[in-house]
Every structure is written in C-alpha cells, then in structure tokens.
Design a binder for this molecule. Sequence first.
Ligand SMILES: *Cc1c(COP(=O)(O)O)cnc(C)c1O
Length: 368
Amino acid sequence: MSIQFGPDYVRAIAPYQGGKPISEVAREFGLDEAKIIKLASNENPLGVPESARQAILKATADIGRYPDANGFDLKAALSAKYAVPQEWITLGNGSNDILELAAHAFVQPGHSAIYAEYAFVVYALATQAVGGRAIVVPARNFGHDLDAMLNAIDADTKLIFIANPNNPTGTFIPAAEIEAFLRKVPSHIVVVLDEAYNEFLAPPLQYESTAWIRQFPNLLVSRTFSKAYGLAGLRIGFGIAQPDITGLLNRIRQPFNVNSLAQAAAVAALNDDVFLRTSAKLNAEGYIQLTEAFEEMNLEYIPSFGNFVMVKVGADNDAGARVNLELLKRGIIVRPVANYGLPQWLRISIGLEQENAAFLAALKNMLA
Ligand SMILES: *Cc1c(COP(=O)(O)O)cnc(C)c1O
C-alpha cells in the first residue's frame, strides 16, 4: 500500500482546467502557432495596453530588487480612483489570490462556504483547499439565486462567494438586488463580491460597490487587471474591504505576492482610460457579432454581461466536447464547460472582429 500524503480534502480536489495554451494546441494538432485563435480565457483581445508595456520596460531596470511589499504606488492610485483609504486595499497575485486568501482567512475545516451552481470554479477550489464544506446553491436561469443562497446559510457558514457578472455563464445581478442581499446576510459572515468583469458593464448597469464597503464591514470586493486591463500574464488583482478584513488578508498573504512589473503595469493601465473604453467598445461590438450569428444559426446562448458568451452547441452530452475538438483541429481554442455540469455548451471569449468571424465560420461549417 502506498503512503497517502496530505488530508483527504486536498486529495479530493479536481485540478483546475484552464484554456489550453496556444503552444500546446499547436504541438498537439500539428498547427502553426501564428494561425491559432484563442477565445478561451476571457483575455483582452487587444493584448497589453501600450502604456503598461512601457511601464513594464522601465520597471525591468529594478527587477534585481524585491518588489514593494506594500505596493505603495498602486495602492495610492487605487485609493484615488475608488475613493477608499489605502488601508482598505489588498493586492493579490491575480484576484484568484484574493479569493484564496479569503478562504484561508475565514474558513476552517468544518466551516461552510456558499456559492452558486455554475459559479466561478475557483470558489470550489479555494473552499476545498482549506477543508471547508461547500454549500452549492442551485442556479436560477444560470445565475445566482440570492434568496436561496440566504436560505442556505447554516450555523457553520463563514463565507459567501458572489460573482457579478458570473463566469462562465455571464449572468448579472442588478445593484439593488445585491444591496438587499447584503442587508440580510448576518454580519459575521464575509461576502466576497467578485467583480472580475465589472469594467465591461454598460454604463446604466454600473454601480458603486465601494460605497457598500463603508456600509457593510463584512464585504470584500475583488477586482482584477487580467480581463479589461489586458494584464492576465502578469497576475495582479486586488481586494477592497474595511480594515478588519484587510488586516487578516494582509497577515496571511506572501510578503511579496505581487511582482514589481505587475505593480508598475497596473498603475499605468489604471490611468489608461482610452484603452479601457476601447476594450469595452470592442467587446460590445463583438458580443453583437457573435450573438446575432448564434440567432441566425438557431443556437441558444445565455445573454452575457462579461467578455464571453456561452452557446449551446448540441442536445447530447458529448456535444461540447465534440464541437470543441473539431474547433481545435481548425486552430480555434474555446472553453468546454462540462466541468461546470454544462456539457452541451461552450464558452466563447469575445475576440477581435476577425477572430470572432473565423470562429463563426468554423462553427457554421462543422454544424452544417
Ligand atoms: C478571471 C476571473 C477571476 C480571476 O482572475 P485573475 O486573473 O486571478 O485576476 C476571478 N473571478 C472570476 C469570476 C473570473 O472569471
């Protein structure tokens, strides 16, 4: 009998399945890397903002030294932008880091964490990694059922994860509903409001979650530079919460969890309104391009508020895997979501116009 290392709850974790890297697909399918189109990880199709690229180049001069462990410049920029004290900000190695820090800080074995069916898979991973008990609340129309989530709270509940908009389904909860929810959650339970796609929301849907942080000491809002800001490869995100929460996250994070290039790039990107607006506009146009084509093809899709859209590619439970494989052979990488319990669907990240068009052409061709 071989020795089993570690706790059962760690062995039970199903490893994260990301979008396949371009280089791997090129190797596997004998394709030219330059011709591969990746619409699989909700990255910004414009790539890194030029402002951030310049900041990175400049910052390389100092990478012989450790980064600023307190991220002074970036926290100052975030504090000014969101009108919160710097002491309320936690920087993370991606916002994934913030989600994990929250699980580590607030959940112990025997405690429960609540999240929705079809919600971002990292909530499950973070909960399991600390031996927490997951309470997965059935989705309503592929999104969060906040009333059911309130009803699911038990004596052991310490943490609730909400993704708004949600990934992979793209669903959105209006501000008034979130606020009503926050009023009803017992104040000893921490609510993580994950806003990774906030910057893509149309202006009428935008809301001030940072104002809620003043009102609700148990609220932790997380944001990222990976999506709209085009810095996914650098790994940088942040959390905003009152000092009682922030102080705990700060105690357990790695001292140098955010590298110096990421910090410099994020400051530049944060001030690059033109890039952000261009990205949001491109995304809105790409969404129309994709969804109009889905309608023409009579394919069901889930209305999305992020930079991606879920489309149903068949009625049988192999449909997602089958169509995904055919797309890969044609050099197009999208994201199967069978691991979310949605084997008939694929998640398509919104790309450049010509990338969306190439994907649609391949899809039409194979479904014909
Ligand atoms: C992409 C994503 C994140 C985290 O991305 P990072 O790159 O770690 O910042 C967090 N939440 C959701 C819902 C996401 O889709």
